[in-house]
Design a protein around this ligand. Structure first.
Ligand SMILES: [Zn+2]
Length: 237
């Protein structure tokens, strides 16, 4: 762990986390509904961007500090892991996007296509740039294969057990597969195993605490992203 880069990651993560909180607030709407444009408390129009606080009644959008700290922690871990390697850029991009996606999935159980789909060409471009800078064409090929493997794996699981995994989870698996595929097959396997294990453990804990019932939908995105983060931190590359 590179301490100087970890501190830099935390410092960059705090303001990016505020941007993440604004994005999460605006996009945490049911499928097909328009973005939130009014304050939930007083219905005044939301300031254009970043939407962090109502200009009329002063109430905060989202809990201040939470996403800021989570984003800072994720970037501290990733930049500490990769240091000054060009690999830090694609992984930091997916790290910040992952915080936004996990928060939206927790609040409204969906992973908006508007965020996930454009991330594919962006992440592929960043990985291509990394492959070029590091002279690692094989890494890029692994990334594409990781994307196909994880996406196809989740598609098969979704077909076998309808209702457990949604289309958003399959697309996110493909996106995450790009990044962990870059790191190699052990990281792809670790991501899948950790995603399902974390999901099972937390779901059982929530059931035991009677926070959810057997029939309630529990989002999967945060566990997949959490598994990918851990796999990225422990992968040897
Ligand atoms: Zn207000």
């Amino acid at each position: 762990m590179n301490l100087a880069w970890a501190i830099a990651g935390a410092a960059i993560g705090l303001p990016l986390g505020a941007v993440a909180r604004s994005t999460v607030f605006q996009l945490s709407v049911p499928s097909g509904a328009p973005d939130r444009s009014a304050c939930p408390r007083c219905c005044a129009p939301v300031p254009s961007w970043p939407a962090l606080r109502c200009g009329y009644c002063g109430s905060s959008f989202g809990r201040p500090g939470v996403l800021e700290l989570v984003t800072a922690a994720v970037l501290a871990l990733l930049l500490g892991r990769f240091g000054d390697s060009p690999q830090a850029i694609p992984f930091a991009f997916l790290g910040v996007l992952g915080v936004v996606l996990a928060a939206i999935d927790i609040s409204v159980q969906r992973l908006p296509d508007r965020l996930v789909l454009p991330a594919f060409p962006l992440l592929i471009s960043l990985l291509s740039l990394t492959a070029w800078l590091e002279h690692d064409g094989a890494g890029l090929a692994r990334a594409v294969l990781g994307c196909l493997a994880l996406g196809a794996g989740f598609l098969v699981l979704a077909l076998l057990r309808p209702g457990q995994l949604g289309g958003g989870d399959i697309k996110l698996a493909g996106l995450v597969g790009l990044a962990v595929g870059w790191l190699g097959w052990p990281a792809v396997m670790t991501t899948a195993v950790l995603g399902f294990s974390l999901s099972a453990v937390i779901s059982l804990a929530l059931l035991a605490a009677r926070r959810v019932s057997l029939s309630s939908a529990v989002c999967f995105g945060p566990f997949l992203l959490g598994g990918a983060l851990i796999a990225t931190l422990v992968a040897g590359h």
